[in-house]
Design a protein around this ligand. Structure first.
Ligand code: FAD
Length: 487
């Protein structure tokens, strides 16, 4: 069955909105009466909400989950086209991400991971365009040498590759010295090292850091990139391992469905999909949640997992603190576009490219489809923004400008125009994290806020979402126990 989300284009079928996914939930609701007062309402069905709903139900709470879309997974979901999972959002995971790995073990999925890159056959090469559009054909070894050298120059603010300024990634301000990097953008940092970068290094660096932020050099926070680097073990190899290497053979939705099924098996989960929430009103004893079509739901507590960039579309009563509202109004800057191309060129399975001037600035072979075609994944950032559905011909041209390819199919989800996300994974501008992170994490009366967007560890990642869902369910359970039993 098709979700309403996502797009697929083929020569024969043209552009179609909505793609099949195993994350689609039917029937869309199992709620028998909306007069019930639940222990907790969970708003959303991304990984934060799925974890929170699962943990709350398994700890005995009666939960109502309300989700605007027709499917689970939020910003991490896979379409299933002709038996092949195209990852529309969050994709790669790693055993070094503690929360993710706990869940992979829980659901016996350790044998379900595969490696995106396959350099065993085909062109086995990397195309690097410089900022002046000179094209270089390189080996993957040369690609790694150039990338590593460039990123090390960028990150080496302390002569120790970031180790001394951010020694603990999960306590990033452990050394207060790091704060001086919080008011720097990537462009500020590049201006300090530019004369030391070769043309190839500059192109590689620009493409890689824009891949990470989905933003622009002039706005993306250097401090946040330092945080990613520290989480990835302070090496370029670590970045590749953690960020773009290991994915689920069956797609993200094959992972998410386990959280859902476990929560459903408790018989304590009620749910309503296609149910966008517009207001949350807390009278001090319980919370009333109202949907766009006027339905009202009530619970003792609410876990709100609405992403940062759309948090200000909800009316809260009492109103959010000025700091929380300011954070929501500022938002994050990631407007990444991720485009999948199924191409008949088998030799491109081992190809990759960076072109800092292209609207799709980072691309590589990511799999082989059941038809034997190569699956290419490509990313763009806000520096040169692309809305693929507006011009399929142009999108195809951007891809074929990177390398000659015979495109059979395009698949994508436009996160920038998605009214329930308004952006991709969290990536902030300068000073955002130090100014707002703690406040975003704070509860607001009986409403608890949880999102990957304000996780402390792998913030912006699936791991961060699971971290946050775990925290919220634990806090709500403890809070309700205290209010009933006083302990
Ligand atoms: P979300 O998944 O956004 O969940 C929030 C939910 O709230 C959504 O289901 C939304 O529909 C719902 N909602 C919003 N508004 C309303 C409303 N008014 N009423 C009711 N419901 C509402 N992470 C990785 O670990 N690895 C990766 O490789 C990776 N790549 C990514 C690539 C892309 C293109 C994107 C977009 C993200 C990527 N991420 C990756 C990040 C990861 O997907 C997110 O950090 C994570 O999925 C966020 O989970 P969440 O539950 O906090 O938020």
């Amino acid at each position: 069955m098709n979700s309403k989300d996502g797009y697929e284009w083929t020569e024969e079928g043209g552009l179609r909105q909505g793609v099949p996914s195993i994350g689609l939930i039917l029937p869309a609701s199992n709620l028998s009466s909306s007069n019930d007062v639940f222990d907790v309402i969970v708003i959303g069905a991304g990984y934060t909400a799925l974890t929170a709903a699962r943990d709350a139900t398994t700890s005995g709470l009666r939960v109502l989950l309300l989700e605007a879309r027709d499917r689970i997974g939020g910003r991490s979901w896979s379409s299933n086209i002709d038996g092949y999972p195209f990852e529309m959002g969050g994709t790669w995971v790693h055993w070094g991400q503690a929360h993710v790995w706990r869940e992979i073990s829980r659901y016996s999925m350790r044998k379900d991971l595969e490696i995106s890159q396959d350099y065993s056959h085909g062109v086995n090469s990397h195309t690097l365009f410089t900022a002046t559009s000179e094209k270089h054909n390189l080996s993957h070894e040369s690609e790694d040498i150039i990338m590593e050298s460039a990123i090390k120059k960028f990150i080496n603010v302390d002569g120790k590759l970031g180790h001394s300024v951010m020694p603990f990634p999960h306590d990033p301000q452990h050394n207060p010295e790091v704060l001086r990097f919080d008011n720097m953008t990537a462009a500020d940092r590049i201006s300090e090292i530019e004369s030391d970068l070769t043309a190839l290094e500059y192109s590689a660096l620009k493409s890689f850091i824009l891949l990470c932020s989905g933003g622009t050099l002039a706005t993306m926070s250097f401090y946040e990139f330092l945080h990613w680097w520290a989480l990835s073990g302070y090496t370029y190899e670590g970045c590749i391992e953690y960020l773009v290497k290991y994915k689920f053979h069956g797609g993200q939705s094959s992972f998410a469905i386990n959280f859902w099924n476990e929560a459903m098996q408790t018989k304590k989960l009620s749910y309503v999909f296609n149910c966008p929430i517009t207001s949350v009103s807390d009278d001090g004893r319980s919370v009333e949640v109202t949907s766009e079509d006027g339905r009202q739901f009530r619970a003792l507590r609410v876990i709100c997992t609405i992403p940062l960039n759309v948090l200000n579309t909800i009316t809260f009563s009492p109103p959010l603190s000025p700091q929380k509202s300011a954070a929501a109004n500022t938002g994050h800057l990631n407007q990444c576009v991720k485009v999948h191309a199924e191409v008949s060129n088998k030799e491109l399975r081992s190809w990759s490219a960076v072109d800092p001037s292209s609207k799709l600035l980072y691309a590589f072979g990511d799999g082989t489809t059941p038809a034997g075609n190569t699956h290419i994944v490509a990313f763009g950032a806000n520096e040169t923004h692309l809305d693929p559905e507006e011009d399929i011909k142009k999108t195809s041209q951007i891809l074929t400008d990177l390398v000659d390819m015979d495109i059979k199919r395009l698949v994508f989800h436009n996160w920038s125009k998605d009214r329930y996300a308004k952006g991709a994974w969290f990536f902030p501008g300068k000073e955002f994290v130090t100014k707002y992170l703690e406040e975003l994490r704070a509860r607001h009366g009986n409403v608890f806020f949880a999102s990957s967007d304000w996780a402390v560890g792998w913030r912006s990642f699936i791991d961060g979402a699971i971290e946050e869902g775990t925290r919220a369910a634990f806090d709500v359970h403890r809070d309700l126990r205290r209010s009933t039993h006083g302990s």
